[in-house]
Write a protein that binds this ligand. Sequence first.
Ligand code: PMP
Length: 452
Amino acid sequence: MNTTPTRSLSSIMDGNSFQATNLGLLPSNEQALIRRRMAALGTSYRLFYRTPVHADRAEGCYLFTPDGTRYLDAYNNVASVGHANQRVIDAVGLQMGKLNTHTRYLQDGIVEHSEQLLATFPEYLNSVMYTNSGSEANDLAIRVARLWTGGEGLVVTAEAYHGTTELLSRVSPAISGGFPEDPSVRVIAAPDTYRVETNDMGAWFAAQVREAFEDLLAHGIKPAAFLADSIFSSDGIFPNPVGYLRPAIEVCHEYGALFIADEVQPGFGRTGDTFWGFERHGVEADLVSMGKPMGNGIPVAALVGRTEILDRFGTEVPYFNTFGGNSVSIAAANAVLSFIQETGLQSQVATVGASLRDAISTITSDAAFVGDVRGSGLYIGVEIVTDRDSKSPDGGRALAIVNDLRDRGVLISVAGPGNNVLKIRPPLVFGTSEVALFSDRFADTIAAAGNA
Ligand code: PMP
């Protein structure tokens, strides 16, 4: 019997992953480390890039290998306020030396931080629960939504990714082979503003949501939630036009379902214009999950919602999360939020992001294989296509661009079902000198791709 499993390719996991067949391209010490890694960690772990980056230390927007080679990190939504941010290091070190315990003890830090975090939301979102990861926050959100609505039905987009738990695998089509069929889940087309032919994306997308809820009802399944990443990152990054989400959320509410805004990607000022991605669209979210950038690398995530909704869950379902909201994670979260607010980072993101997008548009204006440059703040997507007429995704060329750029010392990746959208999502502290360095290397890569 053949027991060798065949790998099911997932856009989010395999779009830009190292293949063992390229082991021979690496220096012998890295080959040895990768062999040991594969032996110890098994097959689940994927490294980025055709030739992986051996990371040893990092500072600000730069990663360094053991031999001191420097890479510009233009792909990091975790080190939001910069790698090795001194303020976060100090806050975490101080708290670790003082007290690190859980939420069953009365502490000042968690209360102060919660008040500060909630102040970034519209007034009706006035309660927060802490978890360790974005996955846990989304998992909790679905439990809360199902309890509140008494329904089971969930609606997500075609290439959505929402996390790692058993429940979330059922709402994460991007993981492909690990996405089990679930009678209570409906998958709708993404709001692909580049390809869908409509002059009213709001109405078009709302119609998809309506159809999904109707289908759930037709199968006797009561709607519970529409769960969406408001920048649709794994679907291919679709931030604009601002406001196009509004009709879809109105439909969601019309069916008595909750809108769960997954802010793991756009949250914490990344889009430059608003602090939270859903706010850009002028919609009301009932539950908001957040993670990645929240602790600058310290595991901390959260679910924010209307008090009455979270209270209902809190009253009826005993819930305790040992590490969720621990003193050190909260200290990290507090340092990150304070840093963002006190340095005016969101407006810097808006300015720097606009200049990065302009530079990319200028560099690619004559490249027939670049179909679209879109984004908001420091979240930018670049469509690599076979030609501008057919708009056919060219994942092969996108991957070649990502790897060429990596060889020139700049780190980005790909997104979208065709793995053909360059995903440029640097730390929020990306500055004008980083834009200049990025543009210099990117221009060389685009020129080389044109000649390939
Ligand atoms: N939601 C979205 C939109 C994500 O991108 C991710 C992580 N890539 C998650 C949820 C899950 O977060 P975590 O990996 O922290 O569990």
